[in-house]
Design a protein. Sequence first.
Length: 417
Amino acid sequence: MDFSLNIKQELKLILTQEMKLSLNVLEMSSIDLEKFIEKEFSKNPMLEVDFSTRTYKSQGDDSEESSPFDFISKEKNLIDFLEEQIGFLKINKEMRFLCNFIINNLDKRGFLPVSREELKAGCGFPLKYIDEAIKIIKTLDPIGIGAKNLEECLIIQLHKKNINDSKLEYIINNFLQELASSKYEIICSKLNISTDDVIKYLEIIKTLNPLPSRGFYMGDNIRFIEPDAEIKNIDGKYKVIMSEKNIPKLKLKSLENSQEITGEEKNYFNSAVNLIKCIEKRQATLEKILNIILEKQYSYFSNSEGKLNSLTLKDISSVLKIHESTISRAIKNKYILTDRGIERIKDMFIINNKKLFIKERIEELILEEDRSKPLYDNEIAAILEKENLKTARRTVVKYREELGIKPAYKRKLKDNF
């Protein structure tokens, strides 16, 4: 027998509870953080909430004042909203299940990109029942939900408004590209109508919602978007303005003699102090990151025609001297309000803006094409190669699909109206 003593030295990173909380808070969206604060507020008697210049005490307090969370609207969940509507319909249990199954296959736009055959393979129901369920879903609010594409979404809304105009529907199905690029003469020639008629049709289309899920985003579920900050023009210069309206301000309960805190009260006190520090650190870290993003992408925010520059997590990390994983956590599921609308912070990072330029060029080529002879993907690839933007045909297909543009055979105009 061999009796020997082996000594092995290991270096491990042990995360304290405080460190874990700090990382979790940093990663939370504003809505998730609000819910987390509400939970902590309800169980920690050392916390007070400063909301709209009024102080509300934690639950269990003798005060008659209400909690500020009584006045905060609950999270809006589109899937739940649709399923709730299904619950009120007089349909059998199987059809209710099928409708809910289809609802959970909607994409982030609120469209149903999955084919009838794919749905059948996923749930086992006959196609006639699937068609009936899709028809039911298209009657729900928001109007246009469950459409297979933008064109159908717009036409569903027209019918809901009792607008039944075959020429308008033909324009929607075939000339959205021409409308986007103001090529009214092509539409006039094809439908034998005046420019004024086209403009009137365009005004009607502008009243329609192109995205049924607008105001919601697709995560683990679909939730209402609350921007964490705004990139705003103040006195001619764009600045980062942090939003605090969705994050109630926490403070410690006033004590007559803090030195007398002992036992469980001390644990509550330390927990409250740590939570407040973590939230302050979250806001400060995010603001620093956004200030660098604004500096690097200033032309994008200040000019409607501005383009995004190449920017990586490593670029931010080298400036702030914090790890890339920390930056990744800080921007996860977070949004900013800009002159262009609400945008994901994550989308401000581009490893190589050449891809973005190629996608924009593909979009330009398709917008300018002769719709009677639309450009096929291999033809687009050939044009790009001549412009020293060598791109494989399969890459053109990928970028075109990411842009939501149909293949050539579907873009070709019909011979007759």
